[in-house]
Design a protein around this ligand. Structure first.
Ligand code: HEC
Length: 190
């Protein structure tokens, strides 16, 4: 009787032990912290065109940036653009319009390219041109400067990258327009 009791208690303890180990093991395998919120927090910087103009990006006037820019380095930056843009004379439209001669060209005016209505509105019927200043702000944050543009490019945050690529764009022309004078009083708006 005694040994039978011992066996029964032993079996019971054994079972409890096994159950506990399984529960501890599965707890450590399957335990996961519940996230505070369901799903992922997607932090996307989407802002209206209005506050893009006031953003600190592109705060230094382009005339001053261009004075220190390097077109050769800009050619390297332009590789990022070439996924969507051709820079050669008479080159094809790709995802984006051909960019030969884009500096001082009326905005949204390249032949046979279907611009977004946002870009067409911004061009005010192609009376606005791609000035150095427009390029500077647009390339800093395309979707902030022209809300609704179809250009799916995050932008070039660094002043030097932007100035270099704009100086390079400026060389893609039969007769490049003069560069803005960094000492002119209205240099900020050229
Ligand atoms: C993912 C593709 C893509 C990349 C990368 C890209 N662009 Fe664009 N770009 C576009 C599209 C599409 C448009 C037309 C936008 C519209 O109609 O709203 C455009 C328009 C432009 C325009 C206006 C041209 C015009 O004829 O009015 C300029 C200037 C421009 N891009 C410069 C650049 C530069 C410089 C870079 C690289 C720093 C660049 N883009 C990178 C797709 C791209």
């Amino acid at each position: 009787m005694n040994s039978y009791m011992n066996m029964a208690v032993g079996a019971l303890l054994g079972t409890v032990f096994v159950l506990m180990s399984v529960s501890i093991a599965s707890e450590s395998i399957f335990h996961s912290e519940n996230p505070e919120k369901e799903g992922f927090a997607i932090v996307a910087e989407e802002a209206s065109a209005a506050d893009g103009a006031a953003a600190p990006a592109a705060a230094v006037p382009i005339a001053q940036l261009l004075a220190k820019a390097d077109a050769k380095a800009g050619e390297t930056v332009f590789k990022k653009c070439q996924a969507c843009h051709d820079g050669t004379k008479g080159g094809p439209n790709k995802v984006g319009p051909g960019l030969f001669g884009v500096v001082d060209r009326p905005i949204a005016s390249h032949e046979a390219f279907a611009y977004s209505s946002a870009m067409k509105d911004f061009s005010k019927g192609a009376s606005e041109k791609w000035t150095f200043d427009h390029l500077n702000h647009f390339l800093a944050a395309p979707k902030k400067y022209i809300a609704g543009t179809a250009m799916g490019f995050a932008g070039l945050q660094k002043d030097t990258d932007r100035a270099n690529v704009i100086l390079y764009l400026h060389t893609l022309a039969d007769s490049p327009v003069p560069l803005p004078d960094p000492n002119a009083p209205d240099a900020a708006t050229q």
